[in-house]
Write a protein that binds this ligand. Structure first.
Ligand SMILES: O=C(O)c1ccccc1NCC(=O)[C@H](O)[C@H](O)COP(=O)(O)O
Length: 234
């Protein structure tokens, strides 16, 4: 296990620039707002019980609006492989994101960069040691996303006890630490200062209703992230 480095957002050195992903986009105007606000990635949900779930056609239309240098992430919960392949074919995401009990092999099987999400505090993930051990099995992931433990697997707007991240390996060559779960403009700065994640991920905290993003909240969230990074500059 690589011991926790002192570096901010897992980078060996240099100024901090916390990456930002806004997830659960459903409307073209919201996607345009997120891109204009400077996000690094957007997330498209393919989990039918979610009110943010998209059809392949809706997702392809959104994906077509995303410019270069902004990643498109396709998000699943315990999908069958065929459903993932259909999304890859129709949407051409840059990254896959798995929020369920998918095995390391299943996640890696598509030959694409992927993020594995962990519900901190879920059964078997109730301590820093067990959470860190669970992550280690997903060493091929490009990122480890830590979310709260919710029945809906994500998008809950709830936070979690981030001391559970204390033993998670960090540093070069280790999947990036992505902090998620109930973040909003009012709280993300303190979370960045305390944890120095490589990236933050938000859905509910920039919404006026499920799947409906609020431009003012998106802009406030981005300002808060940039202010936290500026405050942490060496
Ligand atoms: O957004 C959803 O509805 C969703 C449903 C099931 C699994 C994941 C989902 N969202 C994925 C995300 O990465 C969210 O951004 C993350 O769970 C944080 O959500 P929030 O607490 O609302 O900011």
């Amino acid at each position: 296990m690589i011991t926790q480095t002192a570096a901010s957002n897992d980078a060996p050195s240099g100024p901090r620039r916390t990456r930002v992903k806004i997830c659960g986009l459903t409307r073209p105007q919201d996607l345009d707002e997120a891109v204009a606000a400077g996000v690094d990635a957007i997330g498209l949900v393919f989990y039918p019980p979610s009110r943010r779930c998209l059809t392949l056609e809706q997702a392809a239309d959104l994906r077509a609006r995303v410019p270069a240098f902004v990643d498109v992430t396709a998000l699943f919960v315990n999908p069958d492989a065929q459903a993932v392949r259909q999304v890859i074919e129709a949407v051409r995401p840059d990254l896959l994101q798995f929020h369920g009990e998918e095995s390391p092999g299943f996640c890696a099987d598509f030959g694409m960069r992927h993020i594995k999400a962990f519900r901190a505090g879920a059964p078997g993930l109730e301590t820093a040691a067990t959470l860190a051990r669970a992550c280690e099995a997903y060493g091929q992931a490009a990122g480890w996303l830590f979310d709260s433990y919710s029945a809906g697997y994500g998008g809950s707007g709830s936070g979690f006890d981030t001391t559970l991240l204390a033993d998670v390996s960090r540093g070069p060559g280790v999947p990036a630490l992505v902090l998620s779960g109930g973040l909003k403009a009012e709280t993300v700065g303190a979370q960045i200062a305390a944890l120095e994640p490589f990236a933050v991920d938000v859905s509910s905290g920039v919404e006026s209703a499920p799947g409906i993003k609020d431009p003012a909240r998106i802009q406030a969230f981005m300002r808060a992230v940039r202010a936290a990074d500026a405050a942490g500059m060496p």
